[in-house]
Write a protein that binds this ligand. Sequence first.
Ligand code: FES
Length: 579
Amino acid sequence: MPKQTPTRKTPQDLRSFRWMGSDDLRSFGHRSRLKQMGYSSDDYGGKPIIAILNAWSDLIPCHTHFPQRVEEIKRGIWQAGGFPVEIPVTSVSETFMKPTAMLYRNLLAMEAEEMLRSQPIDGAVLMGGCDKTTPGLIMGAISANLPAIFVPAGPMLNGNFQGTTLGSGTDSWKYWAERCAGNIDNCVWRGVEEGIARSPGHCMTMGTASTMTSIAETIGMTLPGAASIPAVHSSHSRMAEASGRRIVEMVWEDLKPRDILDQRAWDNAITVDMAIGGSTNAIVHLIAMAGRAGIELPLERFDEISHSTPVIANLRPAGKYLMQDFYDAGGLPGLLNRIGDLLHLDCATVNGKTLGENIQDAGVYNDDIIRPRGNPVSPFGSTFVLRGNLAPDGCVIKPIAAEARLAKHTGPAIVFKDYADLKARIDDEALPVTGDSVLVLLGAGPLGAPGMPEWGMLPIPKKLLRAGVRDMVRISDSRMSGTSYGTCVLHVCPESAIGGPLALVRDGDMIELDVQARKINLRVSDAELTRRREQWRPPQPRYPRGYGKLFAAECTQANEGCDFRFLAADGSTPEPDIY
Ligand code: FES
Protein backbone atom coordinates (compact mmCIF):
# COMPACT_ATOMS: atom_id res chain seq x y z
CA MET A 1 0.00 0.00 0.00
CA PRO A 2 1.20 3.56 -0.54
CA LYS A 3 2.80 5.17 2.44
CA GLN A 4 0.27 6.89 4.69
CA THR A 5 1.15 10.53 5.19
CA PRO A 6 -0.95 11.75 8.11
CA THR A 7 1.13 14.88 8.62
CA ARG A 8 2.94 17.04 6.14
CA LYS A 9 6.32 18.45 6.84
CA THR A 10 6.60 22.01 8.00
CA PRO A 11 9.34 24.34 6.72
CA GLN A 12 11.21 23.73 9.97
CA ASP A 13 11.17 19.98 9.23
CA LEU A 14 12.97 20.43 5.92
CA ARG A 15 16.42 18.94 5.76
CA SER A 16 17.73 22.19 4.27
CA PHE A 17 16.52 24.07 7.38
CA ARG A 18 19.64 22.78 9.12
CA TRP A 19 21.70 24.77 6.61
CA MET A 20 19.48 27.84 6.31
CA GLY A 21 17.26 28.24 9.34
CA SER A 22 19.50 28.68 12.36
CA ASP A 23 20.51 32.01 13.83
CA ASP A 24 24.21 31.22 13.76
CA LEU A 25 27.28 32.18 11.80
CA ARG A 26 27.26 29.11 9.54
CA SER A 27 23.63 29.62 8.43
CA PHE A 28 24.38 33.30 7.89
CA GLY A 29 27.16 32.20 5.52
CA HIS A 30 24.85 29.86 3.60
CA ARG A 31 22.15 32.51 3.22
CA SER A 32 24.57 35.23 2.23
CA ARG A 33 26.07 33.00 -0.46
CA LEU A 34 22.61 32.37 -1.97
CA LYS A 35 22.18 36.12 -2.03
CA GLN A 36 25.57 36.35 -3.73
CA MET A 37 24.00 34.31 -6.56
CA GLY A 38 21.18 36.81 -6.84
CA TYR A 39 18.50 34.96 -4.92
CA SER A 40 16.42 36.78 -2.33
CA SER A 41 14.98 35.05 0.70
CA ASP A 42 11.61 35.07 -1.11
CA ASP A 43 13.16 32.64 -3.59
CA TYR A 44 14.28 30.02 -1.09
CA GLY A 45 12.98 30.86 2.37
CA GLY A 46 10.95 28.01 3.83
CA LYS A 47 10.91 26.17 0.50
CA PRO A 48 12.10 22.68 -0.32
CA ILE A 49 15.44 22.84 -2.10
CA ILE A 50 15.25 20.47 -5.05
CA ALA A 51 18.43 19.20 -6.66
CA ILE A 52 18.24 18.41 -10.35
CA LEU A 53 20.97 15.83 -10.86
CA ASN A 54 21.73 16.29 -14.53
CA ALA A 55 23.81 13.63 -16.30
CA TRP A 56 24.49 15.89 -19.27
CA SER A 57 27.65 16.68 -21.17
CA ASP A 58 28.68 17.43 -24.73
CA LEU A 59 29.73 13.79 -25.10
CA ILE A 60 26.47 12.07 -24.27
CA PRO A 61 24.32 12.32 -27.40
CA CYS A 62 21.35 10.61 -25.73
CA HIS A 63 20.97 13.63 -23.41
CA THR A 64 21.35 16.44 -25.97
CA HIS A 65 17.96 17.87 -25.03
CA PHE A 66 18.66 18.05 -21.29
CA PRO A 67 19.55 21.77 -21.20
CA GLN A 68 15.97 22.55 -22.29
CA ARG A 69 14.45 19.88 -20.04
CA VAL A 70 16.26 21.33 -17.02
CA GLU A 71 14.49 24.63 -17.59
CA GLU A 72 11.15 22.82 -17.86
CA ILE A 73 11.79 20.90 -14.64
CA LYS A 74 12.75 24.14 -12.90
CA ARG A 75 9.53 25.73 -14.15
CA GLY A 76 7.55 22.96 -12.45
CA ILE A 77 9.54 23.28 -9.23
CA TRP A 78 8.99 27.05 -9.07
CA GLN A 79 5.28 26.59 -9.80
CA ALA A 80 4.93 24.20 -6.87
CA GLY A 81 6.79 26.43 -4.44
CA GLY A 82 10.19 24.78 -4.46
CA PHE A 83 13.67 26.17 -5.03
CA PRO A 84 15.50 24.37 -7.90
CA VAL A 85 19.26 23.91 -8.03
CA GLU A 86 20.94 22.15 -10.93
CA ILE A 87 23.83 19.85 -10.03
CA PRO A 88 25.82 18.29 -12.87
CA VAL A 89 26.82 14.66 -12.29
CA THR A 90 28.99 12.25 -14.25
CA SER A 91 27.49 11.86 -17.72
CA VAL A 92 28.19 8.17 -18.17
CA SER A 93 28.20 8.06 -21.97
CA GLU A 94 27.57 4.63 -23.44
CA THR A 95 28.86 5.86 -26.77
CA PHE A 96 32.16 7.39 -25.86
CA MET A 97 33.43 6.07 -22.51
CA LYS A 98 36.09 3.39 -22.77
CA PRO A 99 36.79 0.62 -22.03
CA THR A 100 33.12 0.62 -21.10
CA ALA A 101 30.57 2.91 -19.48
CA MET A 102 29.89 0.09 -17.02
CA LEU A 103 33.19 0.89 -15.33
CA TYR A 104 31.64 4.21 -14.26
CA ARG A 105 28.08 3.26 -13.21
CA ASN A 106 29.16 2.94 -9.59
CA LEU A 107 31.09 6.22 -9.78
CA LEU A 108 27.87 7.97 -10.80
CA ALA A 109 25.94 6.18 -8.05
CA MET A 110 28.48 7.22 -5.46
CA GLU A 111 28.58 10.78 -6.72
CA ALA A 112 24.78 11.10 -6.82
CA GLU A 113 24.49 9.83 -3.24
CA GLU A 114 27.17 12.14 -1.88
CA MET A 115 25.96 15.21 -3.81
CA LEU A 116 22.57 14.75 -2.16
CA ARG A 117 23.88 13.99 1.30
CA SER A 118 26.53 16.67 1.61
CA GLN A 119 24.40 19.62 0.50
CA PRO A 120 21.18 21.34 1.61
CA ILE A 121 18.91 19.17 -0.52
CA ASP A 122 15.34 18.16 0.37
CA GLY A 123 14.46 16.23 -2.76
CA ALA A 124 15.92 15.29 -6.13
CA VAL A 125 14.99 15.07 -9.78
CA LEU A 126 17.20 12.50 -11.49
CA MET A 127 17.87 13.17 -15.19
CA GLY A 128 19.20 10.13 -17.03
CA GLY A 129 18.40 7.59 -19.67
CA CYS A 130 21.56 6.53 -21.50
CA ASP A 131 22.20 2.97 -20.31
CA LYS A 132 24.14 3.22 -17.05
CA THR A 133 22.77 6.58 -15.99
CA THR A 134 19.39 5.14 -14.98
CA PRO A 135 20.69 2.47 -12.58
CA GLY A 136 23.54 4.71 -11.41
CA LEU A 137 21.27 7.60 -10.45
CA ILE A 138 18.63 5.38 -8.87
CA MET A 139 21.22 3.42 -6.88
CA GLY A 140 22.58 6.68 -5.49
CA ALA A 141 19.11 8.01 -4.73
CA ILE A 142 18.10 4.82 -2.91
CA SER A 143 21.20 5.03 -0.73
CA ALA A 144 20.68 8.73 -0.01
CA ASN A 145 16.95 7.99 0.53
CA LEU A 146 15.71 11.52 0.00
CA PRO A 147 12.48 12.04 -1.96
CA ALA A 148 13.44 11.48 -5.61
CA ILE A 149 11.75 11.28 -9.00
CA PHE A 150 13.35 10.03 -12.20
CA VAL A 151 12.95 11.90 -15.50
CA PRO A 152 13.86 9.49 -18.30
CA ALA A 153 15.57 10.96 -21.37
CA GLY A 154 13.15 9.25 -23.73
CA PRO A 155 14.01 7.33 -26.89
CA MET A 156 15.22 9.05 -30.05
CA LEU A 157 13.11 9.01 -33.21
CA ASN A 158 13.10 5.89 -35.39
CA GLY A 159 16.10 5.69 -37.69
CA ASN A 160 15.62 5.49 -41.44
CA PHE A 161 17.68 4.82 -44.54
CA GLN A 162 16.07 4.99 -47.98
CA GLY A 163 12.68 4.14 -46.53
CA THR A 164 13.90 1.28 -44.35
CA THR A 165 13.48 1.71 -40.59
CA LEU A 166 16.72 1.47 -38.64
CA GLY A 167 17.04 0.61 -34.95
CA SER A 168 19.94 1.67 -32.72
CA GLY A 169 22.57 -0.98 -32.33
CA THR A 170 20.46 -3.80 -33.74
CA ASP A 171 20.69 -2.58 -37.32
CA SER A 172 24.31 -1.49 -36.88
CA TRP A 173 25.27 -5.09 -36.17
CA LYS A 174 23.09 -6.40 -39.00
CA TYR A 175 24.41 -4.01 -41.64
CA TRP A 176 27.99 -4.56 -40.40
CA ALA A 177 27.60 -8.32 -40.83
CA GLU A 178 26.34 -7.78 -44.38
CA ARG A 179 29.24 -5.43 -45.09
CA CYS A 180 31.73 -7.99 -43.78
CA ALA A 181 30.03 -10.62 -45.95
CA GLY A 182 30.52 -8.34 -48.98
CA ASN A 183 26.79 -7.80 -49.49
CA ILE A 184 26.65 -3.99 -49.14
CA ASP A 185 29.00 -1.28 -50.34
CA ASN A 186 30.51 1.76 -48.60
CA CYS A 187 27.81 4.04 -49.98
CA VAL A 188 25.05 2.09 -48.23
CA TRP A 189 27.15 1.81 -45.09
CA ARG A 190 27.56 5.61 -44.97
CA GLY A 191 23.85 6.08 -45.57
CA VAL A 192 23.11 3.92 -42.53
CA GLU A 193 25.54 6.07 -40.52
CA GLU A 194 23.58 9.19 -41.53
CA GLY A 195 20.16 7.76 -40.72
CA ILE A 196 20.46 5.52 -37.68
CA ALA A 197 20.61 8.24 -35.00
CA ARG A 198 18.65 11.30 -36.05
CA SER A 199 17.36 13.08 -32.96
CA PRO A 200 18.17 13.59 -29.29
CA GLY A 201 17.22 10.69 -27.06
CA HIS A 202 18.52 7.30 -26.04
CA CYS A 203 18.66 4.17 -28.20
CA MET A 204 15.16 3.51 -29.51
CA THR A 205 15.32 -0.27 -29.63
CA MET A 206 14.39 -2.24 -26.53
CA GLY A 207 18.04 -2.10 -25.54
CA THR A 208 19.40 -1.41 -22.11
CA ALA A 209 18.30 2.23 -22.04
CA SER A 210 14.65 1.53 -22.88
CA THR A 211 14.67 -1.50 -20.60
CA MET A 212 16.02 0.42 -17.62
CA THR A 213 13.76 3.45 -18.05
CA SER A 214 10.77 1.09 -18.38
CA ILE A 215 11.90 -0.58 -15.18
CA ALA A 216 12.28 2.81 -13.47
CA GLU A 217 8.65 3.52 -14.33
CA THR A 218 7.52 0.05 -13.24
CA ILE A 219 9.11 0.32 -9.80
CA GLY A 220 7.33 3.63 -9.34
CA MET A 221 10.23 6.07 -9.68
CA THR A 222 8.76 8.07 -12.63
CA LEU A 223 5.44 9.64 -13.38
CA PRO A 224 3.10 7.19 -15.17
CA GLY A 225 3.87 6.85 -18.87
CA ALA A 226 7.14 8.79 -18.68
CA ALA A 227 9.51 6.12 -19.98
CA SER A 228 8.00 5.62 -23.42
CA ILE A 229 7.66 9.27 -24.50
CA PRO A 230 10.04 10.03 -27.38
CA ALA A 231 12.69 12.54 -26.33
CA VAL A 232 11.61 15.21 -28.81
CA HIS A 233 7.84 14.82 -28.32
CA SER A 234 6.20 17.85 -26.71
CA SER A 235 4.74 15.49 -24.10
CA HIS A 236 8.28 14.97 -22.91
CA SER A 237 8.57 18.63 -21.97
CA ARG A 238 5.24 18.47 -20.14
CA MET A 239 6.35 15.33 -18.30
CA ALA A 240 9.54 17.09 -17.22
CA GLU A 241 7.59 20.08 -15.91
CA ALA A 242 5.09 17.83 -14.11
CA SER A 243 7.96 15.91 -12.50
CA GLY A 244 9.30 19.22 -11.18
CA ARG A 245 5.94 20.04 -9.67
CA ARG A 246 5.51 16.59 -8.17
CA ILE A 247 8.89 16.37 -6.41
CA VAL A 248 8.02 19.41 -4.31
CA GLU A 249 4.91 17.69 -3.03
CA MET A 250 6.89 14.51 -2.43
CA VAL A 251 9.15 16.45 -0.08
CA TRP A 252 6.22 17.76 1.96
CA GLU A 253 4.79 14.21 2.02
CA ASP A 254 8.23 12.76 2.87
CA LEU A 255 7.80 10.07 0.19
CA LYS A 256 11.22 8.48 -0.19
CA PRO A 257 12.62 5.72 -2.45
CA ARG A 258 12.67 3.12 0.29
CA ASP A 259 8.97 3.80 0.99
CA ILE A 260 8.32 2.69 -2.59
CA LEU A 261 10.89 0.01 -3.36
CA ASP A 262 9.94 -3.13 -1.46
CA GLN A 263 10.29 -6.73 -2.65
CA ARG A 264 7.09 -6.51 -4.71
CA ALA A 265 8.42 -3.58 -6.72
CA TRP A 266 11.49 -5.59 -7.72
CA ASP A 267 9.37 -8.60 -8.69
CA ASN A 268 7.33 -6.23 -10.85
CA ALA A 269 10.57 -4.99 -12.39
CA ILE A 270 11.66 -8.50 -13.33
CA THR A 271 8.20 -9.31 -14.72
CA VAL A 272 8.26 -6.24 -16.94
CA ASP A 273 11.85 -6.89 -17.99
CA MET A 274 10.66 -10.29 -19.23
CA ALA A 275 7.48 -8.98 -20.89
CA ILE A 276 9.21 -6.22 -22.84
CA GLY A 277 11.96 -8.54 -24.10
CA GLY A 278 14.41 -6.52 -22.04
CA SER A 279 18.16 -6.35 -22.13
CA THR A 280 20.28 -8.98 -20.37
CA ASN A 281 22.07 -6.05 -18.73
CA ALA A 282 18.96 -5.38 -16.67
CA ILE A 283 19.79 -8.42 -14.55
CA VAL A 284 23.09 -6.96 -13.34
CA HIS A 285 21.56 -3.54 -12.75
CA LEU A 286 18.45 -4.81 -10.97
CA ILE A 287 20.49 -6.91 -8.56
CA ALA A 288 22.58 -3.84 -7.73
CA MET A 289 19.60 -1.48 -7.44
CA ALA A 290 17.58 -3.83 -5.23
CA GLY A 291 20.67 -4.44 -3.15
CA ARG A 292 20.76 -0.73 -2.32
CA ALA A 293 17.21 -1.10 -0.99
CA GLY A 294 18.32 -4.03 1.16
CA ILE A 295 16.69 -6.65 -1.05
CA GLU A 296 18.53 -9.63 -2.45
CA LEU A 297 17.59 -10.74 -5.96
CA PRO A 298 19.06 -14.18 -6.66
CA LEU A 299 19.49 -15.10 -10.33
CA GLU A 300 16.92 -17.84 -9.87
CA ARG A 301 14.20 -15.24 -9.30
CA PHE A 302 14.71 -14.00 -12.87
CA ASP A 303 14.39 -17.51 -14.24
CA GLU A 304 11.30 -18.27 -12.11
CA ILE A 305 9.53 -15.18 -13.36
CA SER A 306 10.57 -15.81 -16.97
CA HIS A 307 8.71 -19.16 -16.83
CA SER A 308 5.39 -17.43 -16.16
CA THR A 309 5.77 -14.19 -18.15
CA PRO A 310 5.25 -13.93 -21.91
CA VAL A 311 7.04 -11.39 -24.07
CA ILE A 312 4.29 -9.17 -25.46
CA ALA A 313 6.30 -6.16 -26.69
CA ASN A 314 7.17 -6.72 -30.34
CA LEU A 315 10.29 -4.56 -30.29
CA ARG A 316 13.80 -4.94 -31.69
CA PRO A 317 16.16 -6.66 -31.17
CA ALA A 318 13.82 -9.59 -30.46
CA GLY A 319 10.85 -8.21 -32.43
CA LYS A 320 9.96 -5.82 -35.19
CA TYR A 321 9.16 -2.30 -33.98
CA LEU A 322 10.84 0.59 -32.15
CA MET A 323 10.06 2.73 -29.11
CA GLN A 324 8.33 5.49 -31.08
CA ASP A 325 5.88 2.85 -32.34
CA PHE A 326 5.56 1.47 -28.81
CA TYR A 327 4.62 4.90 -27.48
CA ASP A 328 1.95 5.37 -30.15
CA ALA A 329 0.60 1.89 -29.38
CA GLY A 330 -0.02 2.80 -25.75
CA GLY A 331 3.50 2.57 -24.35
CA LEU A 332 4.45 1.01 -21.06
CA PRO A 333 1.12 1.77 -19.32
CA GLY A 334 -0.70 -0.18 -22.04
CA LEU A 335 1.69 -3.08 -21.66
CA LEU A 336 1.41 -3.02 -17.86
CA ASN A 337 -2.36 -3.09 -18.15
CA ARG A 338 -2.13 -6.21 -20.32
CA ILE A 339 -0.01 -8.06 -17.74
CA GLY A 340 -1.75 -6.59 -14.70
CA ASP A 341 -2.57 -10.04 -13.32
CA LEU A 342 1.19 -10.78 -13.13
CA LEU A 343 2.01 -7.61 -11.21
CA HIS A 344 1.69 -6.42 -7.63
CA LEU A 345 -0.71 -3.59 -8.38
CA ASP A 346 -0.78 -2.23 -4.84
CA CYS A 347 2.83 -0.98 -5.04
CA ALA A 348 3.36 2.70 -4.30
CA THR A 349 4.67 5.11 -6.92
CA VAL A 350 6.05 8.64 -6.90
CA ASN A 351 2.74 10.27 -7.83
CA GLY A 352 1.19 9.00 -4.60
CA LYS A 353 -1.06 6.49 -6.34
CA THR A 354 -0.62 2.76 -6.67
CA LEU A 355 0.71 1.13 -9.81
CA GLY A 356 -2.74 -0.34 -10.35
CA GLU A 357 -4.44 3.05 -10.11
CA ASN A 358 -1.96 4.49 -12.59
CA ILE A 359 -2.57 1.87 -15.27
CA GLN A 360 -6.21 0.96 -14.80
CA ASP A 361 -7.41 3.03 -17.77
CA ALA A 362 -4.37 2.53 -20.00
CA GLY A 363 -5.20 1.31 -23.49
CA VAL A 364 -3.41 -0.50 -26.30
CA TYR A 365 -3.90 0.86 -29.80
CA ASN A 366 -1.94 -1.63 -31.89
CA ASP A 367 -2.13 -5.35 -31.17
CA ASP A 368 0.90 -6.18 -33.27
CA ILE A 369 3.20 -3.88 -31.28
CA ILE A 370 1.82 -4.69 -27.82
CA ARG A 371 0.51 -8.18 -28.29
CA PRO A 372 -2.60 -9.62 -26.61
CA ARG A 373 -1.77 -12.33 -24.07
CA GLY A 374 -3.14 -14.98 -26.42
CA ASN A 375 -0.70 -14.03 -29.18
CA PRO A 376 2.65 -13.25 -27.52
CA VAL A 377 5.98 -12.74 -29.24
CA SER A 378 7.17 -15.55 -26.96
CA PRO A 379 5.22 -17.60 -24.40
CA PHE A 380 8.07 -17.28 -21.90
CA GLY A 381 10.19 -14.36 -20.71
CA SER A 382 13.16 -12.93 -22.53
CA THR A 383 16.05 -14.04 -20.34
CA PHE A 384 17.02 -17.45 -18.98
CA VAL A 385 19.56 -18.31 -16.30
CA LEU A 386 21.87 -21.26 -17.03
CA ARG A 387 24.14 -23.21 -14.72
CA GLY A 388 26.60 -26.07 -15.07
CA ASN A 389 30.23 -26.87 -14.49
CA LEU A 390 31.18 -23.97 -16.77
CA ALA A 391 29.16 -21.45 -14.74
CA PRO A 392 28.60 -22.71 -11.19
CA ASP A 393 27.36 -19.27 -10.08
CA GLY A 394 25.21 -18.84 -13.16
CA CYS A 395 25.14 -17.09 -16.51
CA VAL A 396 22.41 -15.70 -18.74
CA ILE A 397 21.10 -15.98 -22.29
CA LYS A 398 18.39 -14.19 -24.25
CA PRO A 399 16.83 -17.02 -26.28
CA ILE A 400 14.28 -14.84 -28.06
CA ALA A 401 17.13 -12.94 -29.72
CA ALA A 402 18.91 -16.14 -30.81
CA GLU A 403 18.46 -18.67 -33.62
CA ALA A 404 16.27 -21.46 -32.27
CA ARG A 405 18.38 -24.20 -33.91
CA LEU A 406 21.24 -23.38 -31.50
CA ALA A 407 19.19 -23.70 -28.30
CA LYS A 408 20.50 -27.25 -27.94
CA HIS A 409 24.01 -27.45 -29.29
CA THR A 410 27.30 -29.19 -28.59
CA GLY A 411 30.45 -28.02 -30.31
CA PRO A 412 34.22 -27.63 -29.99
CA ALA A 413 35.58 -24.53 -28.30
CA ILE A 414 37.71 -21.92 -29.99
CA VAL A 415 39.21 -19.92 -27.13
CA PHE A 416 40.38 -16.30 -27.20
CA LYS A 417 42.36 -15.32 -24.13
CA ASP A 418 41.18 -11.68 -24.30
CA TYR A 419 39.60 -9.22 -26.73
CA ALA A 420 42.92 -8.27 -28.32
CA ASP A 421 43.47 -11.95 -29.14
CA LEU A 422 39.94 -12.14 -30.56
CA LYS A 423 40.48 -9.11 -32.75
CA ALA A 424 43.81 -10.42 -34.01
CA ARG A 425 42.57 -13.89 -34.98
CA ILE A 426 38.81 -13.94 -35.55
CA ASP A 427 39.07 -13.23 -39.28
CA ASP A 428 42.19 -15.31 -39.87
CA GLU A 429 41.31 -17.56 -42.82
CA ALA A 430 43.36 -20.32 -41.16
CA LEU A 431 41.30 -20.27 -37.94
CA PRO A 432 39.83 -23.78 -37.67
CA VAL A 433 36.31 -22.50 -37.08
CA THR A 434 33.02 -23.79 -38.45
CA GLY A 435 29.42 -22.87 -37.80
CA ASP A 436 29.35 -25.61 -35.16
CA SER A 437 32.25 -24.17 -33.20
CA VAL A 438 31.66 -22.48 -29.86
CA LEU A 439 33.49 -19.16 -29.60
CA VAL A 440 34.80 -18.54 -26.07
CA LEU A 441 36.13 -15.18 -24.87
CA LEU A 442 38.09 -14.94 -21.61
CA GLY A 443 39.18 -11.90 -19.64
CA ALA A 444 36.06 -9.84 -20.33
CA GLY A 445 34.34 -9.85 -16.94
CA PRO A 446 33.95 -7.23 -14.21
CA LEU A 447 37.57 -7.57 -13.07
CA GLY A 448 39.19 -9.09 -16.14
CA ALA A 449 38.38 -6.46 -18.75
CA PRO A 450 37.82 -4.60 -16.38
CA GLY A 451 34.29 -3.22 -16.19
CA MET A 452 32.52 -6.10 -17.96
CA PRO A 453 32.23 -4.45 -21.38
CA GLU A 454 29.66 -5.33 -24.01
CA TRP A 455 31.97 -7.72 -25.80
CA GLY A 456 29.71 -10.77 -25.44
CA MET A 457 28.29 -10.63 -28.97
CA LEU A 458 31.55 -11.93 -30.42
CA PRO A 459 31.74 -11.24 -34.17
CA ILE A 460 31.09 -14.10 -36.54
CA PRO A 461 34.29 -14.83 -38.54
CA LYS A 462 34.15 -13.21 -41.97
CA LYS A 463 34.67 -16.49 -43.77
CA LEU A 464 31.55 -17.86 -42.08
CA LEU A 465 29.59 -14.67 -42.81
CA ARG A 466 30.44 -15.13 -46.49
CA ALA A 467 29.19 -18.70 -46.21
CA GLY A 468 25.86 -17.44 -44.87
CA VAL A 469 26.35 -18.10 -41.13
CA ARG A 470 24.64 -15.39 -39.04
CA ASP A 471 24.58 -16.95 -35.56
CA MET A 472 26.87 -19.17 -33.50
CA VAL A 473 27.12 -20.16 -29.86
CA ARG A 474 29.32 -17.62 -28.09
CA ILE A 475 30.31 -17.72 -24.42
CA SER A 476 31.98 -15.10 -22.26
CA ASP A 477 32.07 -13.47 -18.85
CA SER A 478 31.21 -10.13 -20.44
CA ARG A 479 27.89 -8.45 -21.19
CA MET A 480 26.12 -7.88 -24.50
CA SER A 481 24.57 -4.69 -25.77
CA GLY A 482 20.87 -4.71 -25.08
CA THR A 483 20.37 -3.80 -28.71
CA SER A 484 22.24 -6.90 -29.88
CA TYR A 485 21.20 -10.46 -30.61
CA GLY A 486 22.57 -13.96 -31.12
CA THR A 487 23.15 -17.17 -29.17
CA CYS A 488 25.38 -15.43 -26.66
CA VAL A 489 25.92 -16.94 -23.23
CA LEU A 490 26.84 -14.01 -21.00
CA HIS A 491 27.86 -13.00 -17.46
CA VAL A 492 29.55 -16.37 -16.80
CA CYS A 493 30.23 -16.52 -13.05
CA PRO A 494 32.71 -16.75 -11.53
CA GLU A 495 34.60 -14.90 -14.25
CA SER A 496 37.80 -16.19 -15.82
CA ALA A 497 40.03 -13.50 -14.28
CA ILE A 498 39.44 -14.90 -10.80
CA GLY A 499 39.88 -18.49 -11.89
CA GLY A 500 36.31 -19.43 -12.77
CA PRO A 501 35.95 -22.61 -14.84
CA LEU A 502 35.77 -20.50 -18.00
CA ALA A 503 39.50 -19.87 -17.52
CA LEU A 504 40.14 -23.61 -17.89
CA VAL A 505 38.58 -24.09 -21.33
CA ARG A 506 41.00 -25.14 -24.09
CA ASP A 507 40.63 -25.21 -27.87
CA GLY A 508 38.76 -28.28 -28.96
CA ASP A 509 37.00 -28.93 -25.61
CA MET A 510 33.39 -29.89 -26.23
CA ILE A 511 30.86 -27.48 -24.75
CA GLU A 512 27.23 -28.45 -24.33
CA LEU A 513 24.46 -25.83 -24.30
CA ASP A 514 20.88 -26.80 -23.51
CA VAL A 515 18.77 -23.69 -23.09
CA GLN A 516 15.52 -25.43 -22.20
CA ALA A 517 17.29 -27.51 -19.53
CA ARG A 518 19.11 -24.32 -18.38
CA LYS A 519 22.47 -26.11 -18.71
CA ILE A 520 25.92 -25.09 -19.84
CA ASN A 521 28.61 -27.74 -19.42
CA LEU A 522 32.20 -28.34 -20.34
CA ARG A 523 32.69 -31.98 -21.29
CA VAL A 524 36.06 -32.35 -19.61
CA SER A 525 36.76 -34.71 -16.73
CA ASP A 526 37.03 -33.36 -13.21
CA ALA A 527 40.55 -34.75 -12.97
CA GLU A 528 41.64 -32.83 -16.06
CA LEU A 529 39.99 -29.65 -14.80
CA THR A 530 41.82 -30.03 -11.49
CA ARG A 531 45.11 -30.44 -13.35
CA ARG A 532 44.42 -27.28 -15.38
CA ARG A 533 43.40 -25.35 -12.28
CA GLU A 534 46.72 -26.14 -10.63
CA GLN A 535 48.49 -24.63 -13.65
CA TRP A 536 46.28 -21.51 -13.81
CA ARG A 537 47.82 -18.20 -12.81
CA PRO A 538 45.81 -15.00 -12.24
CA PRO A 539 46.38 -12.14 -14.69
CA GLN A 540 48.29 -9.04 -13.64
CA PRO A 541 46.02 -6.20 -12.42
CA ARG A 542 45.31 -3.76 -15.22
CA TYR A 543 45.35 -0.57 -13.16
CA PRO A 544 48.21 0.12 -10.71
CA ARG A 545 46.43 3.22 -9.34
CA GLY A 546 43.37 5.43 -9.51
CA TYR A 547 39.70 4.67 -9.96
CA GLY A 548 40.44 1.48 -11.89
CA LYS A 549 42.32 0.12 -8.89
CA LEU A 550 39.40 0.97 -6.59
CA PHE A 551 37.04 -0.74 -9.04
CA ALA A 552 39.14 -3.91 -9.12
CA ALA A 553 39.36 -4.00 -5.33
CA GLU A 554 35.66 -3.48 -4.64
CA CYS A 555 33.55 -4.69 -7.57
CA THR A 556 31.43 -7.79 -7.01
CA GLN A 557 30.70 -10.45 -9.61
CA ALA A 558 27.85 -10.17 -12.13
CA ASN A 559 25.50 -12.43 -10.16
CA GLU A 560 25.92 -10.00 -7.25
CA GLY A 561 25.26 -6.88 -9.37
CA CYS A 562 28.82 -5.54 -9.85
CA ASP A 563 28.24 -2.96 -7.13
CA PHE A 564 31.10 -1.85 -4.91
CA ARG A 565 31.11 -3.79 -1.65
CA PHE A 566 31.41 -0.65 0.45
CA LEU A 567 28.44 0.96 -1.34
CA ALA A 568 26.24 -2.11 -1.25
CA ALA A 569 26.93 -2.69 2.44
CA ASP A 570 24.07 -2.62 4.91
CA GLY A 571 23.71 0.23 7.34
CA SER A 572 22.96 3.90 7.03
CA THR A 573 25.34 6.78 6.55
CA PRO A 574 24.96 9.60 9.08
CA GLU A 575 23.87 13.08 8.09
CA PRO A 576 26.78 15.53 7.90
CA ASP A 577 27.61 17.63 10.91
CA ILE A 578 27.20 21.37 10.40
CA TYR A 579 29.44 23.43 12.63
FE1 FES B 1 22.93 6.09 -24.97
FE2 FES B 1 22.38 3.74 -26.42
S1 FES B 1 24.11 5.09 -26.52
S2 FES B 1 21.30 4.67 -24.81
